[in-house]
Design a protein around this ligand. Structure first.
Ligand code: KG4
Ligand code: ZN
Length: 387
């Protein structure tokens, strides 16, 4: 393949979980189109993503999202210079739908094709020209025009904190595609912890935004533990989730004791009280809000402390925040406040799964002369490629 021009226009697909996404990005940084069809309303009724349902929905949605993206590209199909898709990590069946569709498009149009690592792509959302230096500010929508002038490209070495539903890791980026893993979660990913804790608290799906919203109602009142795992950049969030569960159970037990104490005295067998109901009472809204606040504080404190320490230890020029949990406004603000160097994070809409970030990562792959053949298969457990 010839050297990719700065204007190389890439059509990318993302189907690793429950978002069917297609995007067109020019020169690795300029978003031409960014279409995301979320399946969340379908999965919500099951309390989480059902892999088979996700795959089928992708098959139904891919043609429409591709057409919607193409409709925003002046010149249409003829202006597309290359095709990319996520090939891992993610749900196998879901990945297959996007990867095969992208390969078919590339084959039919005789275009170069490259597979992209989903975690790497989350980091590359920071190369999109919509990225901001002001981590505390809420971002633009993905289809909003790029700010003028666009933020300069991030300069290596960089420290990236990737916090998504499936992954939580700290990496040192020494160049395009050159990563050193500094630490990762030993159990739940940060987003997974948000989702599980939200479920325990009876909040909605997805849990991250639900906890953030509840936390905004009640600052303070409850403190939850932090797993520091000293002398390591690793993380652990499963104990925190258990602490939330114990708080809820403690409340329910107290309620049950009060209810038993207040039962009327039995005078005769005929007066026997009705058996207690099995449905455990949910703590009042205020207590849930306090728990949500304490949970969020605990996660944010550990993430921010370790990220800032790692950036200092490795002489990073900037900190990059990435992944769905990077949408958390408390995390963005606290990292910006405590970091000694600039913090860059994508606009909120580019933090969660989208295909513009796939196209951005693909651009730098093509620049390095990398592309894939038709034999590329899905890799559900694909790790970030550490040098
Ligand atoms: O990156 P992503 O869209 O999908 C994966 O690749 O996993 O991340 C989804 C995760 C979910 O766990 C969701 O609860 C979390 O990101 N998330 C948030 C927020 N928005 C999404 N977590 C905390 N605060 C948010 N505002
Ligand atoms: Zn993701």
């Amino acid at each position: 393949m010839p050297e990719p021009s700065a204007e190389l226009t890439i059509l990318a697909l993302e189907t690793s979980c429950d978002e069917t996404a297609a995007a067109i990005v020019r020169g690795g940084r300029t978003i031409v189109a960014n279409i995301v069809a979320s399946q969340i309303d379908i999965h919500r009724r099951y309390g989480g993503v059902v892999p088979e349902v996700a795959s089928r929905q992708h098959v139904l949605a891919i043609p429409a999202v591709v057409e919607a993206a193409l409709a925003q590209l002046p010149g249409g199909w003829d202006a597309v210079g290359a095709v990319a898709a996520t090939y891992g990590p993610g749900l196998a069946g879901a990945l297959l739908t996007g990867l095969n569709a992208a390969k078919a498009i590339a084959w039919a149009r005789e275009l170069p094709f490259v597979g992209v690592n989903h975690i790497e792509a989350h980091i590359y959302a920071n190369w999109l020209a919509g990225g901001k230096h002001d981590a505390g500010a809420a971002g633009a929508t993905p289809s909003a025009p790029a700010p003028q002038p666009p933020a300069p490209e991030p300069q290596f070495p960089l420290v990236a904190l990737v916090v998504s539903g499936g992954h939580t890791l700290l990496a040192l980026l020494e160049g395009h595609g050159r990563y050193r893993l500094l630490g990762q979660t030993r159990d739940d990913a940060a987003g997974e912890a948000f989702d599980k804790a939200a479920r325990i608290m009876g909040l909605g799906v997805p849990g991250g935004p639900a906890i953030q919203q509840a936390a905004a109602q009640a600052p303070g009142g409850v403190t939850l533990p932090r797993a520091w795992l000293r002398d390591s950049y690793d993380f652990s969030f499963s104990g925190l989730k258990t602490a939330v569960l114990h708080q809820i159970q403690g409340h329910q037990n107290r309620e049950a004791r009060v209810a038993t104490k207040n039962l009327p005295q039995r005078k005769s067998p005929a007066d026997a009280p009705a058996p207690p109901t099995t449905a455990a009472p949910r703590p009042p809204e205020r207590h849930i809000a306090q728990l949500a606040y304490a949970f969020q504080e605990s996660v944010v404190d550990v993430l921010v402390t370790k990220t800032v320490d790692a950036a200092r230890a490795h002489g990073a020029t900037e900190i990059l925040l990435a992944g769905g949990v990077a949408a958390n406004t408390r995390l963005r603000a606290e990292l910006a406040r405590r970091a000694h160097i600039p913090v860059r994070c994508p606009p909120i809409a580019l933090c969660t799964d989208n295909a513009a970030m796939i196209a951005a990562a693909a651009f730098y792959r093509f620049e390095e002369g990398r592309q894939n053949g038709w034999d590329l298969d899905v890799r559900p457990n694909l790790p970030l490629g550490f040098a």
